[in-house]
Design a protein around this ligand. Structure first.
Ligand SMILES: C[S@@+](CC[C@H](N)C(=O)[O-])C[C@H]1O[C@@H](n2cnc3c(N)ncnc32)[C@H](O)[C@@H]1O
Length: 268
């Protein structure tokens, strides 16, 4: 099936990610940019795969462990042609009746979702910087209960956002107690600065610059939340609550992840 979307001359990070994961949805300009990133940091495809697996594993854990039945996957990306199971499949494996909604800002991602996943709970246009576009989306109103705990997945999306702490604080206010947010983020901690600079420069040429943050900055995104510990904030390739998942380690690029739970008290 050919999916037509807007024609872009600059690479899309969503399609570069699809390239890293072994998908087939990218164009030449995306592949060229992705190859340049891999040249500075050869671990990128392996870490991208581990990030993808982390998102599914952590969401499934939260749903199963806390009995949550609604999941919002914000910045869902293109998943239909990826060899591994994404968030939706991982969640349905433990909770077949769960409502799973995907959101993305990229029109090409939405075009792929419409073409390939008509049976999916839904992939809607939503911008994580504007939570009204997510929570007040007219197609989501009847599907999501705002008074019930929710799992929000924000995997590999905050490094494309300038003020992620404000988004996390607003999520904390909006979500019901007991909700869980799954976050992963590229970090500058533990990687040579020259590699971080190389990747940052490559992404400057795309439609969405990337911002690496230190582990301390990423941990601070969960201020007002309870970070699930163990494992706390951990490399995506070794994040698991029971300590049984262990791959890597990777050094030429590092992505760390965490699950953070909203306690009974809402943040004022
Ligand atoms: C690197 S991909 C990650 C895909 C998936 N979450 C994962 O971790 O496997 C980042 C995705 O976030 C989307 N995205 C970027 N900025 C966004 C925003 N402000 N709101 C919603 N989605 C966004 C991109 O279009 C892309 O599909």
């Amino acid at each position: 099936m050919t999916v037509t979307g807007p024609a872009y001359t600059k690479p899309s990070h969503a399609l570069m990610y699809n390239y890293y994961l072994g998908g087939k949805s990218w164009s030449g300009v995306d592949a060229q940019a992705a190859i340049e990133v891999v040249r500075s940091s050869p671990d990128v495809p392996a870490v991208a795969r581990e990030n993808f697996r982390f998102a599914g594993r952590a969401a499934a854990w939260a749903v199963k462990h806390h009995g949550i039945r609604q999941v919002l996957d914000i910045g869902v990306g293109i998943v239909h042609d990826i060899p591994d199971d994404g968030v939706e499949r991982c969640v349905r494996a433990v909770a077949p009746q769960a409502m799973v909604l995907g959101y993305d800002i990229d029109p090409v991602v939405l075009a792929h979702a419409r073409a390939w996943r008509p049976g999916y709970g839904g992939v809607l246009r939503g911008d994580i910087r504007d939570l009204d576009s997510i929570f007040n989306h007219r197609d989501a109103a009847d599907l999501i209960d705002p008074t019930a705990p929710t799992v929000v997945v924000a995997a590999a999306v905050f490094h494309f956002v300038s003020k992620p702490a404000a988004v996390m604080a607003e999520l904390r206010e909006r979500l019901a107690p007991g909700s869980v947010v799954i976050v992963s983020h590229a970090t500058s901690t533990g990687t040579e600065q020259s590699r971080v600079d190389g990747m940052t420069e490559s992404y400057d040429e795309t439609r969405s610059p990337i911002r690496f943050r230190s582990e301390a900055e990423i941990r601070a995104l969960a201020d007002g939340w309870d970070i699930v510990t163990p494992p706390g904030l951990a490399p995506v390739e070794s994040w698991s609550v029971d300590g049984t998942y262990q791959r890597g380690p990777y050094e030429t690029v590092r992505v760390v992840g965490m699950a953070a739970r909203a306690g009974a008290e809402r943040v004022a």
